[in-house]
Design a protein. Structure first.
Length: 240
C-alpha cells in the first residue's frame, strides 16, 4: 500500500512537470516548423520536451528504485532487532515468573519445616517431662527419627538427602515351596532348577528352548514370581 502511494505521488509530480514545460513552450510561441535544410521530418519542440521529460522520469525512477532498495534493507535490519528484543523480553518474563514461584515455594517449605520442628520439640519435651507417654516407645523413637528427617528434607536451607529404603533382600527359597502354575512347574522341573537363585539366573533363551509357544507366558510368570520374592527384574521385559 505504501509503495503504491509513493508511485502515485511520483506520477503526479511528473505530470506537474509536464504541464509546466508545456505552458512554458506555449508562452514562448513554439510552433511546428519546416525541417531545416538537410533534415527530414519536422522540428517539434514538444517532442524534444518529451525526450527531456523521459530522461527526467527515467532518472527519477532509478533514484526511486535505489531508495526503495535502501529502505527495504533498512527494514530488513530493523525487524530482526525488534524480534530479538521481543523474544528477550519474553524470556525475561518467563524467568522472572519462575524465580518468583521458586522463592514462594522455598518460603512455604521453610515455614512448613519450622512448624514441624516446633511440633516435634513440644512432643519430645512433653515425653521428657512425663506429661506425654508413648504407647510403644520403640515405634515412637522410629517415628520421631523419620519426622526430624522429613522436616530437614523439606527445609530449603537444609534439604536432607532421602532416607535409604529399607527393603529386605530376596531370600533364596527351594522351588518346591514356591507357588507356580501347572504350566510353568514342569518347565522348571525339566531344567533341573532347585531354588529361586537358580531361577533368577535362568535366561529367556533357556525358557524359549523348552517352552516353545508357551515361552512368553512362562517368562512372564517367572518374572512375576521372582519380583514378588524381592528379586530385581527391572531390566527384564515382561507384562506386569
Amino acid at each position: 500500500m505504501r509503495e503504491h502511494l509513493e508511485r502515485l505521488l511520483l506520477e503526479l509530480a511528473i505530470a506537474f512537470r509536464i504541464g509546466y514545460y508545456f505552458s512554458y513552450y506555449h508562452r514562448k510561441g513554439v510552433r511546428h516548423t519546416d525541417p531545416a535544410p538537410g533534415q527530414t521530418g519536422c522540428r517539434n519542440h514538444s517532442g524534444e520536451y518529451r525526450l527531456a521529460a523521459g530522461r527526467l522520469h527515467g532518472g527519477q525512477h532509478v533514484a526511486y528504485k535505489k531508495q526503495q532498495r535502501l529502505d527495504n534493507e533498512i527494514r530488513g535490519r530493523q525487524r530482526p532487532r525488534a524480534t530479538e528484543r521481543r523474544e528477550a523480553a519474553k524470556r525475561y518474563e518467563a524467568e522472572e515468573r519462575q524465580r518468583r514461584e521458586q522463592l514462594k515455594t522455598a518460603v512455604d517449605h521453610w515455614h512448613y519445616a519450622e512448624r514441624i520442628h516446633r511440633y516435634l520439640t513440644a512432643i519430645e519435651a512433653g515425653v521428657a517431662d512425663r506429661k506425654l507417654r508413648a504407647k510403644d516407645e520403640q515405634a515412637f523413637a522410629k517415628w520421631s527419627e523419620w519426622a526430624h528427617w522429613y522436616a530437614d528434607h523439606v527445609d530449603p536451607l537444609i534439604h536432607a538427602e532421602p532416607l535409604p529404603e529399607k527393603i529386605s533382600p530376596p531370600i533364596n527359597t527351594p522351588l518346591p515351596e514356591v507357588e507356580l502354575t501347572s504350566r510353568l512347574r514342569p518347565i522348571i522341573d525339566g531344567l533341573g532348577i532347585q531354588d529361586t537363585n537358580g531361577l533368577y539366573g535362568l535366561g529367556r533363551d533357556a525358557i524359549q528352548a523348552i517352552a516353545g509357544d508357551f515361552s512368553h507366558a512362562a517368562w512372564d510368570e517367572m518374572c512375576v514370581v521372582l519380583e514378588g520374592l524381592g528379586y530385581d527384574v527391572s531390566d527384564r521385559r515382561y507384562y506386569h
